[in-house]
Design a protein around this ligand. Structure first.
Ligand SMILES: Cc1cc2nc3c(=O)[nH]c(=O)nc-3n(C[C@H](O)[C@H](O)[C@H](O)COP(=O)(O)OP(=O)(O)OC[C@H]3O[C@@H](n4cnc5c(N)ncnc54)[C@H](O)[C@@H]3O)c2cc1C
Length: 502
């Protein structure tokens, strides 16, 4: 992290703990705009990254140019992910216009390839504002651009209610994290969109932007991405769908949340907000404002805050401190040791990748879980715990189990590739050590399916869910072993092209 002083606009912002300066480059003397590159916080309002850009623009007397680009070659690019992202991006553009901000988009495809677009847009920018994301593409693209682009880069935490910097470094356990996090929450819930003082940017651009106002289905179908993972009807793309989910949370889910959240058989037991939170269509501040104002029993609000803030933000905090949050090496040392001791054990419950991917294993309960991922691009939390633990018995060794769990979650789930993905799988492969030393699991505690099967109607629900028709997703030769950080080969966004200042 570069600790150089921040410029006016950022240094005097009440949200300054959200800001990290990623390089030591001074502000460009001549510039047309402040560039705000969105990657995952796909919302036009209540977005600290956009607010930071507006504040800096106002201080420099420059407009803000918001940019969002989608490549074809990010790991697991599919109809499901692309459609969700593009629907959110379309609403970012209209929301920015409503705020008086220019927003341009690029959808990477064979007939419209724009090499090094961030660098080319950056050539006319005083500074680059990016998001501070701790996993997947947004993390490593940002790090690479910050090291190469000749303008200052400021990373803004837009994913958490409480900026991790406020909590402070070096906390290794969740209880210590909560002791620091909980007292801070109230101070970070309220926020207003920063108003711009400058007319929207209408000057030259180094490319012809795409508009997403047309038929997104046709666009997605035309791209060279994985068409075997279909769009999720259960989680429609865009801001209106996210707002509908939030209203449903307040009206239907929250009034009984503490009692129903763990019941996978109920449709309205959990919020279903995770896809919208992962892609930043909704931010945690906005969700918490609605939850805090809801007329429901305190225990339901407390339970929800424990999930959204106590767990989600803990995993963000953890991932931020790790160089490779997606790697097997993040699992607790004792767990890796005990799993290694048992890696040679016979595994009679081993399954093929095809059977696992398609939800066609010999384990009906596991198939029910997997089929939620396949159909909806989402799985209930209670099922995810059983699903992840069982993968240890279904694969030939613990490293393959990790790679398989991450692969299935990241490829199929709309909320995958997230700090919560790897943090939760690591917790399922570790957690607290048990007393008993078992075959395959060692002292890692296994989990049965009783919390769903044992409910009234649970067995019937599992049987029905495990037999739902699912898309025939394509089967790879093997699951990827290398986690992210070097995966993309296409050079649309992150390679310096010819970047001329105009
Ligand atoms: C093995 C495993 C893998 C998981 N993978 C992911 C993942 O890829 N992405 C993801 O967002 N969550 C993941 N989770 C956490 C949790 O299962 C989902 O966030 C939750 O099921 C999403 O449904 P919901 O929005 O209805 O949750 P709700 O119960 O309504 O909770 C509200 C919000 O709180 C957060 N939250 C809830 N539980 C957790 C948790 N255990 N950890 C972190 N945040 C939580 C989510 O943002 C969620 O949207 C995983 C959990 C397990 C056990």
């Amino acid at each position: 992290m570069v600790t150089a002083a921040l410029p006016l606009g950022l240094s005097d912002w009440r949200e300054v703990p959200r800001v990290r300066k990623l390089n030591a480059v001074p502000l460009a003397a001549e510039a047309h705009y402040v560039l705000c590159w969105l990657q995952q916080a796909l919302r036009a309002t209540d977005n600290p990254a956009i607010d930071a850009a507006v504040r800096l623009g106002n201080a420099l007397r420059l407009p803000v140019l918001v940019y969002h680009g989608v490549r074809q070659d990010y790991p697991y690019a599919s109809d499901r992910l692309h459609y969700f992202i593009l629907g959110a991006s379309r609403d970012v553009a209209s929301g920015c216009r409503a705020r008086g901000l220019a927003c341009v988009q690029h959808v990477d495809r064979e007939e419209h390839r724009e090499k090094g677009l961030v660098y080319r847009l950056g050539a006319n920018a005083a500074a680059l504002i990016v998001e501070d994301q701790p996993t997947f593409v947004a993390r490593w693209q940002t790090e690479r651009v910050a090291a190469r682009i000749p303008i200052p880069v400021y990373a803004i935490n837009a994913a958490c209610l409480v900026p991790p910097a406020v909590v402070g470094d070096g906390i290794s356990g969740r209880s210590g994290f909560l002791r620091r996090h909980e007292p801070e929450r109230a101070a970070w819930v309220d926020a207003n969109d920063e108003p711009t003082d400058i007319a929207p940017y209408q000057g030259p651009l180094p490319f012809v932007p795409d508009t997403l106002d047309g038929n997104l289905d046709m666009l997605v179908t035309s791209l060279a991405i994985d068409h075997s993972v279909p769009v999720s009807a259960a989680f429609p793309a865009g801001r209106a769908a996210a707002e509908t989910r939030l209203t449903r949370l307040i009206d239907d889910v929250l009034p009984d949340y503490a009692a129903t959240r763990n019941d996978a058989t109920r449709r309205d037991g959990a919020s279903g907000l995770s896809p919208y939170l992962h892609f930043g269509v909704l931010g945690p501040r906005e969700v918490m404002r609605a939850v805090t104002a809801a007329s429901v029993g305190a225990r339901h609000r407390i339970k929800f805050a424990d999930e959204l803030l106590g767990w989600r933000e803990w995993f963000h905090y953890q991932a931020r401190a790790m160089s490779a949050p997606e790697s097997y090496g993040r699992i607790a040392g004792w767990a890796r040791a005990t799993l290694a001791d048992h890696s040679g054990d016979s595994r009679p419950q081993q399954e093929s990748l095809t059977a696992m991917l398609r939800g066609e294993t010999r384990d009906e309960s596991w198939n029910a879980c997997q089929r939620q991922f396949l159909r909806f691009g989402w799985m209930h939390n209670n099922l995810r715990m059983y699903w992840a633990k069982r993968i240890l018995a279904m694969t030939p060794d613990p490293e393959t189990a990790w790679a398989t769990a991450c692969y299935l979650n990241d490829r199929l789930s709309l909320d995958g590739r997230d700090p919560a993905t790897y943090g939760n799988i690591a917790a399922m492969f570790g957690g607290a050590p048990g007393e008993t030393d078992r075959p395959v699991y060692g002292r890692v505690v296994p989990r049965g399916d009783g919390s769903t099967r044992g409910r009234d109607g649970g067995a019937a629900w599992i049987a029905k869910t495990a037999s739902q028709p699912v898309p025939a997703v394509s089967i790879p030769a093997d699951v990827p072993r290398e986690r992210y950080g070097c995966g993309c080969t296409n050079t649309a966004d992150d390679q310096p092209g010819k970047a001329k200042r105009s």
